[in-house]
Ligand binder design. Structure first.
Ligand code: HEM
Ligand SMILES: [Cu+2]
Length: 562
């Protein structure tokens, strides 16, 4: 389309170099800088959680429990789960990409409450510190689910400390959700109506609803757990008139919706990648937008599918089973619509798109096996086996982390003003794809054959598949290290990025890379629909990018050297 090679003149002042010094970062109220603070923090926790995973996979190389004690193994998988879920997966996309992009995508200067945004990060760090302290003091051994009566009565791990950590971090989640909702309601640029919003915004709106409505429940639950442990209030202990299964209800009333906190933002990223990299409007835009809301609402009605083998009544189980199938519908709508969008699209195979393809495939496998698990008859057979472990890793790692990686690459030029090395990035995406499948696919087979989860020793017929899984994990680990290296490298040595390197649609691409502190030189006025790509013939005459450029040329900065 464009024949001239672009010579990019980087903008002189932008949000990264606007002010200097540690203080200017630690006291910043700029949503873009706060996003970077989160990026550093969640990356730390990703590698910390990864370290525990390495130790788990090393232990499981052999059937005997030989590397660590049973007691230590329990601590390893618990800390792996706690760190990954509460300190990486839940904040990763909303707090990093969401923080950076929500104001930019709606044409705003910042979030509605910039100071609250900074406070959210400090709260996250405070909560994380308690959890790190719990880890340093020896860790917890209850599983990330903290089931009673083990957690309340028998465990000798640091249950209360990690509980405090999760309790505090929850407030960070609530405040971020609140900030997003108010921002999306009140700060959209003129002309940016609800149904012109990027789907990333819709999915973050839906996620925020869950954050606000669900997180208080987990806060109360861990508070009750701490009180039970400390002063035996008798809410979970039958001897004192309590009910241990009540804990499971309370825990999953939050934690099932929480799995959607982890996957809805990922779906938002994927919608952006698919539309922009296939250069087409999303097929059934309104259905995809509404599916996010439907998932958020119906996600609150299915927690009982985690309790099929508890003392929950069979009739309740049947209702939860049917409702779980119902939640599958909006998810399926999205997958169908993404696929339909790709049909006859002008698809680019750059790295972000490779991750999007990975996401779609893995999410289908993760989601379909979720439906298997939601069938009572099957779940009784495979509950608490590696089948469940494989199911949720296909969604959390194959879905959320793939989308996070895809999004990080796609918006990296916007965030840092530098391009990442494309060849290395494609290679890493391939390594991750192979490593991921080798790690987790054998776990479906193991679970189906009856290998229980959370044991440090297993019977020898399971060894071959376990060795495959551990080998895959090493490949996967390498796959994550490569981007870590080249992304850091690119911040200094990467090619300068133009404002819109992908020729993508969306307000974030109409401002400089990296954006100025105020985001836009003047408030954008939106006169187009979301993803209003036109056929190539028309695009040659007036490309969407030209239209956007004329409307909103970032002040004084030309991306074509002219
Ligand atoms: C189509 C939608 C889904 C359905 C029907 C579904 C169904 C289920 C069921 C029935 C279980 C319980 C299995 C058992 O313990 O016996 C389960 C476990 C789990 N699912 Fe899903 N799921 C779905 C989507 C997701 C998503 C989107 C995520 C994460 C982002 C997720 C994460 C998990 C986790 C973490 C567990 C295991 C919790 C544990 O016991 O540690 N699921 N799923
Ligand atoms: Cu669930």
């Amino acid at each position: 389309m464009e024949s001239v090679v672009e010579v990019v003149v980087p903008p002189r002042t932008h949000y990264v170099n606007a002010t200097y010094g540690v203080k200017s970062w630690l006291l910043t109220t700029d949503h873009k800088r706060i996003a970077l603070l989160y990026l550093a923090s969640v990356t730390f926790f990703f590698f910390l959680g990864g370290l525990f995973a390495v130790l788990i996979r090393l232990e499981l190389l052999t059937p005997q429990g030989d590397l660590v004690q049973a007691e230590t193994y329990n601590r390893l998988f618990t800390m792996h789960g706690v760190v990954m879920v509460f300190f990486f997966l839940i904040p990763a996309i909303p707090a990093v990409l969401g923080n950076f992009l929500v104001p930019l995508m709606i044409g705003a200067k910042d979030l509605a409450f910039p100071k609250l945004n900074l406070l959210s990060w400090y709260i996250y760090i405070a909560g994380a510190s308690f959890t790190v302290l719990a880890i340093v003091l020896g860790g917890v051994d209850t599983g990330w689910t903290f089931y009673t009566p083990y957690s309340s009565t028998y465990s000798n791990g640091n249950v209360i400390l990690s509980g405090i950590g999760i309790f505090i971090t929850g407030f960070s989640s609530i405040l971020t959700g609140l900030n997003f909702i108010v921002t999306i309601h009140t700060m959209r640029a003129p002309g940016l109506t609800w149904f012109r919003l990027p789907l990333f915004i819709w999915s973050h709106y839906a996620t925020s609803l869950i954050m606000i409505l669900g997180t208080p429940v987990i806060a109360v639950t861990v508070l009750l757990l701490a009180l039970e442990r400390l002063v035996h209030i008798g809410i979970f202990d039958p001897a004192l008139g309590g009910d241990p299964v009540l804990f499971q209800h309370l825990f999953w009333f939050y934690s099932h919706p929480a799995v959607y906190i982890m996957v809805l933002p990922a779906m938002g990223v994927i919608s952006e990648l698919i539309a922009n990299m296939a250069r087409k409007n999303i097929f059934g835009y309104k259905f995809v937008a509404m599916a996010s809301i439907a998932i958020a609402v119906f996600g609150f009605l299915v927690w009982g599918h985690h309790l099929f083998v508890s003392t929950q009544s069979v009739y309740a189980g049947m209702v939860f089973s049917v409702l779980s199938y119902a939640v599958g519908i909006p998810s399926a709508v999205k997958v169908f619509n993404w696929t339909a969008t790709l049909y006859k699209g002008s698809i680019s195979y750059d790295t972000p798109m490779l991750y999007a393809f990975g996401f779609i495939g893995f999410f289908i496998i993760g989601g379909m096996t979720g439906l298997f698990l939601a069938a009572l008859g099957i779940d009784i057979h495979v509950h608490d086996t590696y089948f469940v472990v494989a199911h949720f890793h296909y969604i959390m790692v194959g879905g959320t982390i793939m989308a996070y990686m895809g999004g990080l690459h796609y918006w990296w030029p916007k965030i840092t003003g530098r391009m990442y090395p494309e060849a290395w990035a494609r290679f890493a995406a391939l390594v991750i794809f192979v490593g991921f499948n080798l790690t987790f696919f054998p776990q479906f087979l193991l679970g189906y054959m009856g290998m229980p989860r959370r044991y440090y020793a297993y019977s020898s017929e399971f060894q071959v598949l376990n060795v495959m899984s551990s080998a895959g994990a090493s490949i996967l680990g390498m796959g994550y290290l490569i981007p870590m290296i080249y992304l850091i490298w690119s911040m200094r040595y990467g090619r300068h990025a133009p404002p819109n390197p992908w020729g993508a649609f969306g307000l974030e691409w109409t401002t400089a890379s990296p954006p100025p502190t105020q985001n836009f030189e003047k408030t954008p006025v939106v006169t187009w629909e979301a993803y209003e790509f036109r056929p190539r013939e028309e695009m040659d005459v007036v490309s969407v990018r030209d239209v956007l450029d004329q409307t909103l040329r970032p002040g004084g900065v030309r991306d074509d050297g002219g």
